[in-house]
Design a protein around this ligand. Structure first.
Ligand code: 13P
Length: 261
């Protein structure tokens, strides 16, 4: 099956799996949970903290499981203490990089402009950017969802060529639905689908129908085995970006199986 038709289950571990016993336990459980899992219609992308990337690549060897990081810098190399180069992610075996996550926007001052630079650097390093866009709870309440998504889309993807756009994965992740933000409810499939259609229209407008049919649009925000049907499958999403539930390999596999069907 060609890459772009495969559903994506992207695990964003955030800043977890810090102690070696936790890492070993997770890996052991993941091996067991995925033993009989067929990954011909989907791909699991594991995005641990950057420092763990090469360990994951070395230890997990299963067809259909690929790797990525949760951020990268907008330059390839140089005097940028503490930053992570997209070239390093690529050379250690990474395929994807999550960019524009709302936690990076909130805590590290990332803007649509800096995310745009990071997307360009990631593409230059032959990584596939996973661009997160989504409105806050306040923006949703004041009915600004469509405006915010359109602005994020246009500014984050400024000057991205048609050929490069095919490499990008888009993820609708409403900030208010992320588990760490204690959501009191989640979007229903109609709400998710409505935003998916908007994103598809935006791709169509800037890049044409062929690219719009090719680019994958995921959903993120409290995805678990028991709600993936509603927030992803019924909404026609091409995959999920999974935070908390990715720490539970059996739940992650449940998500993948639902996406597969
Ligand atoms: P949760 O699945 O824990 O809500 O996290 C979502 C997320 O932020 C993934 O990027």
């Amino acid at each position: 099956m060609i890459d772009n038709r495969k559903k994506l289950a992207i695990a964003n571990f955030k800043m977890t799996l810090n102690m070696s016993f936790e890492i070993e336990k997770w890996m052991e459980t993941f091996q067991k949970a995925t033993e009989r899992l067929e990954l011909d219609k989907s791909e699991i992308v594991l995005c641990p903290q950057s420092a763990l990337l090469s360990y994951f690549v070395e230890k997990i060897n299963k067809s259909g499981v690929t790797f990525g990081t949760q951020n990268c810098f907008w330059e390839s190399k140089g005097a940028f203490t503490g930053e992570n180069s997209p070239v390093l992610t690529k050379s250690l075996g990474g395929k994807y990089v999550i960019l524009g996550h709302s936690e990076r926007r909130a805590y590290f001052g990332e803007t649509n402009e800096s995310i745009n630079l990071k997307i360009k650097a990631a593409l230059k390093a032959s990584l596939k950017p996973v661009l997160c866009i989504g409105e806050s709870g306040k923006e949703k309440k004041s009915d600004e969802t469509m405006y915010v998504i359109t602005k994020q889309f246009n500014e984050c993807l400024a000057e991205i060529s048609l050929a490069k756009m095919e490499e990008i994965i888009l993820c609708y992740e409403p900030v208010w639905a992320i588990s760490a933000n204690n959501p009191d409810h989640l979007p229903d499939s109609n709400e998710v689908m409505e935003v998916k259609l908007l994103i598809k229209k935006l791709v169509m407008k800037s890049y044409g129908e062929r690219v719009a049919n090719k680019v994958r649009i995921l959903y993120g925000g409290s995805v678990k085995g028991d709600n993936v049907e509603e927030v992803c499958v019924s909404a026609g999403m091409d995959g999920a970006l999974i935070g908390g539930a990715s720490l539970l390999p059996y739940d992650l596999v449940k998500v993948v199986k639902a996406l597969n069907n």
